[in-house]
Design a protein around this ligand. Sequence first.
Ligand code: AMP
Length: 305
Amino acid sequence: MSVLVVGSVALDSVETPFGKADDVLGGSGTYFSASASHFTDVQLVGVVGNDYPIAKLRELEKRNVDLSGIEEMDGSSFRWRGRYRHDLNSAETLETHLGVFSQFQPKIPDSFKSPDFLFLANIDPRLQLSVLKQVKRPRLVASDTMNFWIESRRPELLELLGHVDLVTLNDGEARQLSEKTNLMQAARWIMERGPKHVIIKKGEHGAFLFREGNIFFAPAYPLENVFDPTGAGDSFAGGFIGYLARTGDLSEAGMRRAVIYGSAMGSFAVERFSIERLLTLTQEDIEQRVRDFRQLVAFDEEMPG
Ligand code: AMP
C-alpha cells in the first residue's frame, strides 16, 4: 500500500556531546521516508532550494522513495540548527531558517492523489491542511508537529486536529499543545479535538499509544551509545506507518506491533548522524531488533513461589 508524506527536507547542523555535523541531510520528510522505505514504497513531497545537495537525496530513490514531488525553488533550503547537551532527550533549537519553505505551496502530483496512508510530517500546519484538501481520503491520516508551530500556528493546528486520525508528538509538545501537565489528560484533550489515536513519545523512556479506553506502552530500545537523537521521532513515524502500510492491519494488535517497529526504527536513526544508519540497515537488522524488543518486555505472569 502506498504512503504519501509531506514534510521538511532540510539541511541540519547538529551538535551533540559526541561530535558536530554541518549541513547534513535532514528534515521530517527525509527521515520519515528513509525509515518507511524499509517497509513500503514512499512518495515524498517537499521543497528544496537550489543550494540543496540533490544527488545525496537521490540515494533515497534507490530505496523506492519517489522524489517526483520534490520541488526545487530559487533560494535557500530550509535549515535547522540544534544542540543536544548531556540530556539527549530534548533538542535545543539554535536556529530555524525557513528559506524556500516560507513561499512553498505544495502541489500534489496527480499520481500521488490517492494514497492509502498519508503522513503530514512536521511542517507549517497551513501546508498540512492544504495537502489534506488535495488528496482523496486515505485509510489513515497521521500528523506530527513541534513547539515552533504550536507557538506560531496554534489556530491552524487545532483545525488540523479535526481532520486527522492519529497524531504523534513528544511529551513536551503534547503538554505544550494541551496545556496539561499530565500525559493521560494531554492525550484525552487531543483526542477530544478529533484524532482517535495519539502517540506520545518520551525519547529514551519509550512511547505511549492512546486510543479511547485503551493504552499501550513500548519501551525505547536501551542503546549503549546514542550518537545523535535528531530524526528519532520521524523515523519512529516512518516505521510505524510503514509497518501499517505493509500489513494493512489497523486492528489494535496491528497498531501495537507497529509501535514496536516504530521504536526499532527510531533506535537505529540515533546511532549515526543524519539518515546514515537508515540507509545501511537490512531487513534482518530490523527483525533482530524487534526480537530484542520482545525479549526486553517478556515476563512470566506467575510469580515464582
Ligand atoms: P525529530 O524527528 O523530531 O528529531 O525531527 C528532526 C527534524 O526536524 C530535523 O531533521 C529538522 O530538520 C526538522 N525540523 C526542525 N524544526 C522544524 C520545523 N520548524 N519545521 C519542520 N521541520 C523541522
